[in-house]
Write a protein that binds this ligand. Structure first.
Ligand SMILES: [Zn+2]
Length: 236
């Protein structure tokens, strides 16, 4: 497993039922699986990346920034790069300094046991830039780098990583975009089905089809033999 990194996407309170402001349906179901993946007795990840949606108040993606528009409406917006695009408006979520932006406490505690192997990837930190992909972390205007040149892919390559296992929330947004970045940056990309959940069932299905069509692998629940564990999927 020395060439395989675990990418844990946005396992934060605002994305988790029951109290998250943008709770992903059944998002809590993935927690035991991710906890298992963080068991040092079973796995030997050389690198673990934990991404964190981390917005300032008044972020471009919030419906509250664009009154009278409401959450989940699409709206054409112009971002800090001067790009006009259709933004899905969200309820306020993952605001810097709030509990909603914290990584779920059991996952956070387990991450602590992996010490320097863990890298935190904060994204969406710029007021006028949306960032779904963990590879977009800390990207600012003037640094319009392709995903393959971004800081996370550089970090992974320097450590000899060739394959990424992606888990977390939400399949149809941040997991999808992280997978697309990973594929375009030529990482062997694997999504662990039992450890991802999406916002809309229809878009979640579409996202998984898209990932598969682009060469990513999606492991379904029924393909896993929990007795023997998951290692066979993770070895290159
Ligand atoms: Zn966000």
């Amino acid at each position: 497993m020395d060439k395989t990194a675990l990418l844990i996407i946005d396992v934060q309170y605002d994305f988790l039922p029951p109290s998250g402001s943008l709770a992903v349906p059944n998002g809590q179901d993935i927690l035991p699986v991710i906890n298992d993946l963080l068991d040092e007795n079973k796995y030997d990840w050389p690198v673990i990346v934990a991404s964190q949606d981390y917005h300032p108040r008044g972020h471009i993606s919030f419906a509250s920034t664009h009154p009278p528009h409401k959450p989940f409406e699409p709206l054409l917006v112009r971002d800090a790069r001067g790009t006009t695009y259709q933004q899905t408006l969200w309820p306020d979520h993952c605001i810097q300094g709030t509990r909603g932006t914290e990584i779920e406490e059991n996952i956070k505690r387990k991450l602590g046991q992996w010490g320097r192997k863990v890298r935190l990837a904060r994204k969406g930190t710029h007021m006028k830039l949306e960032a779904y992909s963990a590879f977009d972390g800390d990207a600012y205007p003037g640094e319009q780098k392709l995903p393959s040149e971004g800081p996370l892919s550089t970090y992974l390559r320097k450590r000899g990583i060739e394959k990424v296992v992606i888990v977390g929330l939400a399949t149809d947004f941040c997991v999808l975009q992280t997978a697309l970045s990973a594929i375009s940056a030529s990482f062997d990309t694997l999504i662990l089905g039992p450890a991802v959940r999406g916002i809309s069932p229809e878009d979640t299905d579409k996202a998984l089809v898209k990932i598969r069509n682009l060469g990513g692998k999606v492991i379904d629940q029924d393909e896993i033999d929990w007795e023997t564990g998951l290692n066979r999927w993770f070895d290159l």
